[in-house]
Design a protein around this ligand. Structure first.
Ligand code: PRT
Ligand code: ZN
Length: 291
């Protein structure tokens, strides 16, 4: 661990290329942080925030952050738990969502984790799989392989696999079925233990921006027209940040209602609003949301 007494900027490690790269760069942009030079370099400076970005392989990010070579990193939770480094998760980032699952050939019957007793499991995640097996009281042989885990049963290398799944199509195409989810993952912001006070403040500013971007993504701004005699019912359907804004329309007897809706309840509430007499419903994405 490196003490950073002198350092007055944050050094952020992100994936150089791969599934998390684009979303990591996009999140920085949405946080209003401009990165000056290209990804072909090892590192780049932000032009409008005290931030330096290192482009690394995702597997190396926890080690760099633990060692204090980078102060913070964006990386999958799956990698953090597998590498078991001394880093703290400061914020979930809401992208790179996937699950680590056990899968077996689709013709086989499966009723519980006891199926795995004495079997061979191929995986790139031996630490997480081992923990899972211990919790289940199952003894199995783990074959660590670094890629194309899904072909292992087909070539007789293993009876089961444990790999990351998002859509499930890789398993399907390889004649496998998902039987247990052992870990749910998404990209997270990790930090090293020895941030100096300036860096702690910078990290708070960055997390504040990330939270505003995340909140905005989960919410939509809604505008609608309502006959005044239905206003009470319509307003009762709208949660909003405080209470909805109600403005009179030029047409007598009508009002315009503005509010914020959570993505999860969205369609449900829209249907109820229509039934309650709302018209001209407009739904607009929100760029940032500061509470
Ligand atoms: O080169 P580098 O080492 O940096 O990258 P990498 O090849 O090790 O990682 P990469 O880019 O494949 O993944 C980076 C991170 O993305 C992972 O650590 C996860 O946190 C996250 N992530 C999210 C995924 C997936 N979804 C995912 N589906 N990582 C891998 N997959 C693979 C999975 O291994 C399997 O081969 O996609 C396939 C399954 O996908 P579906 O959609 O067919 O189910
Ligand atoms: Zn990797």
């Amino acid at each position: 661990m490196k003490a950073n007494i002198e350092c007055n900027k944050l050094r952020l490690a992100i994936q150089k290329s791969g599934r998390l790269h684009d979303d990591s760069m996009k999140l920085l942009k949405e946080c209003g942080i401009d990165i000056s030079n290209g990804v072909n370099k090892l590192k780049a400076e932000a032009t409008n925030f005290p931030l330096e970005v290192f482009f690394l392989r995702d597997d190396d990010i926890p080690q760099y952050v633990e060692d204090g070579v980078a102060d913070i990193g964006f990386v999958g939770e799956n990698v953090i738990f597998e590498k078991n480094k001394q880093v703290a998760i400061a914020e979930k980032l809401g992208f790179g969502k996937c699950r680590l699952s056990i899968a077996i050939p689709k013709g086989q019957d499966y009723s519980s984790s006891q199926f795995l007793q004495g079997k061979k499991i191929a995986t790139s995640y031996p630490v997480i799989v081992n923990n899972y097996l211990q919790r289940q009281g199952v003894t199995a042989e783990i074959h660590e392989i670094s890629g194309s885990v899904e072909i292992a049963p087909g070539i007789g290398l293993a009876d089961a696999i444990c790999d990351l799944v998002s859509s499930g199509s890789t398993l399907f195409m390889n004649g496998l079925k998902e039987v247990e989810v052992i870990f749910e993952s998404q990209a997270v912001l990790i930090k090293q233990a020895a941030l100096n006070p300036t860096q702690v403040q910078l990290l708070e500013r960055l997390i504040f921006r990330i939270q505003a971007v995340k909140k905005a993504k989960n919410n939509k701004y809604i505008l609608l027209n309502a006959p005044n005699d239905r206003l009470k019912d319509i307003i009762s359907l709208l949660p909003g940040m405080k209470s909805p804004t109600v403005l009179p329309l030029a047409t007598e007897g009508w009002s315009s209602v503005h509010s914020v809706l959570n993505e999860n309840d969205f369609w449900n509430i829209i249907e109820q609003l229509k039934e309650a007499g709302a018209e001209g419903i407009l739904v607009v994405p929100i760029e940032k949301m500061i509470m």
